[in-house]
Design a protein around this ligand. Structure first.
Ligand SMILES: *Cc1c(COP(=O)(O)O)cnc(C)c1O
Length: 428
């Protein structure tokens, strides 16, 4: 039996909100007027500051035309580098080890094209069977480009229970046939945090390079990529970082690799002062900026300026502390209010292992999600049986968590979900 850390009352939730030192950030966001948003792990909400910096970039375009690249509010030519600097504290890297560019999948392609250098019998890539499909598609296609069959050359570590990965199993698969390891920082379904420091140490001890997909951890938990010696990482900025739909992603390359020629080269990877020499020989930047390809998508970068300012003020350590407290609170309420209703909490309980969301498993999950939405609670569904709920430290309140659990309790007690089909929608 787990302990109940909290009183299951609305008064207690309100007290927690009053004691919350990050509560002032809530008013910076546009919250949906009639619903409780628990899906910030898929698409973060718009903040007023992100809106402001986007509109400032539109002003620059309107007033300066091409002059916006070098003048105006945000000097577009340097914006990717500036945002890299602003992102660096979120991943624990030096400012020049991070660049905001591309998208998650494109950045993975770039990094594999750069760091996967099969040699002798070291020709395989190690990943896992629980990772996000786009990562697997990218790895399969990179192997094919090298003339290898993904069936034999992409090794996917198995999960023992369909939820979690064991570091021992991953380490055991780091054989002398592995050239590169690509793993998630946090698993997108169960929310398990992998021990990145340990895995990096073990990979390096075997002469293997290692990179991480940080989509489900950036903006939710702190990282120490430089200190751990992680070779590279990549992530999106539209989930916990609140950069907006399709926001430009980010990548990190450890400085020991600076100077490595980009696998997918383009003119925005140039040293800044050489770029407009227009030579046909690329002189790559001596920073993570070398792994940019073409012209940055300014209007999809601009909201990040405001958003990352909020992170700088709130502090990722404070965000993590509150996020853990909120997910603990949510789990306690679920157990207290919904015992014997067929729910299983499928995420790690341990604070060192739990990411930013709760994964609630149930046979009827698809239609329970539909019923939640009808009742003004926005979760997300992952087939076949998972409801993900993410209270976001910057904008979710404890009272909302309490209300969301009461709504779910009501749906279950009244069997309201039965009026929907238990199937996922096109976008889940
Ligand atoms: C969201 C997510 C992606 C999405 O990739 P895009 O290229 O941004 O569409 C990839 N990997 C993981 C783990 C994700 O959570």
């Amino acid at each position: 039996m787990s302990l109940y850390f909290f009183e299951p009352t609305l008064e207690c939730a309100r007290q927690l909100d009053q004691n919350d030192r990050l509560s002032r950030f809530r008013s910076e966001f546009y919250l949906p007027p009639t619903s409780i948003y628990m899906d910030g792990n898929s698409l973060g909400l718009l903040s007023k500051r992100a809106e402001k910096t986007l509109l400032e970039s539109l002003d620059d375009w309107r007033e300066l035309g091409i002059g916006g690249w070098s003048r105006g509010n945000h000097r577009w030519f340097y914006l990717s580098e500036r945002l890299g600097e602003m992102s660096a504290p979120l991943v624990g890297a030096a400012p020049d080890e991070v660049i905001v560019t591309g998208s998650t999948t494109v950045n993975l392609h770039q990094l594999v094209a750069t760091f996967y250098q099969p040699e002798g019998k070291r020709t395989r890539i190690l990943a896992d069977e629980l990772t996000f499909p786009s990562d697997i598609y990218a790895l399969q296609s990179q192997l094919r480009l090298h003339g290898y069959e993904p069936d034999t050359h992409l090794i996917q570590v198995r999960s023992r229970n369909g939820r979690f990965l064991e570091e021992e199993d991953i380490i055991a698969a780091m054989t002398d046939e592995i050239a590169l390891v690509i793993l998630p920082t946090v698993l997108y379904r169960s929310g398990q945090i992998l021990d990145m420091e340990r895995l990096t140490k073990e990979a390096h001890a075997r002469g293997i390079l290692i990179g991480f997909d940080g989509c489900h951890s950036i903006g939710a938990i702190p990282h120490s990529f430089s200190e751990w010696g992680v070779d590279f990482a990549y992530w999106c900025n539209y989930k916990y970082v609140n950069g907006g739909p399709g926001c430009v992603g980010g990548l990190y390359v450890n400085r020991k690799h600076f100077g490595r020629h980009p696998g997918l080269a383009g003119w925005f990877g140039s040293k800044k002062d050489k770029q407009f020499d227009m030579e046909h020989t690329l002189t790559p930047a001596e920073t993570a900026g070398a792994y940019q390809i073409g012209t940055p998508h300014i209007l999809s970068l601009a909201p990040l300026i405001g958003s990352l300012e909020i992170f700088a003020e709130a502090g990722i350590e404070n965000i993590r502390r509150k996020s853990l407290h909120m997910t603990r609170y949510l789990m306690d309420l679920l157990e207290h209010e919904l015992p014997n209703m067929g729910f299983v909490i499928g995420n790690p309980r341990d604070d060192r292992r739990r990411g930013g969301h709760i994964s609630l498993e149930h046979e009827e999950a698809a239609r329970i999600c539909k019923s939640l939405k009808e009742n003004g609670v926005i979760p997300d569904f992952r087939a076949p049986n998972m409801i993900r709920l993410a209270p976001i430290a910057l904008y979710t309140s404890y009272a909302e968590i309490w209300k969301a659990v009461q709504t779910l309790k009501n749906i279950m007690e009244e069997k309201q979900y039965k009026k929907f089909k238990n199937e996922r929608e096109v976008i889940a």
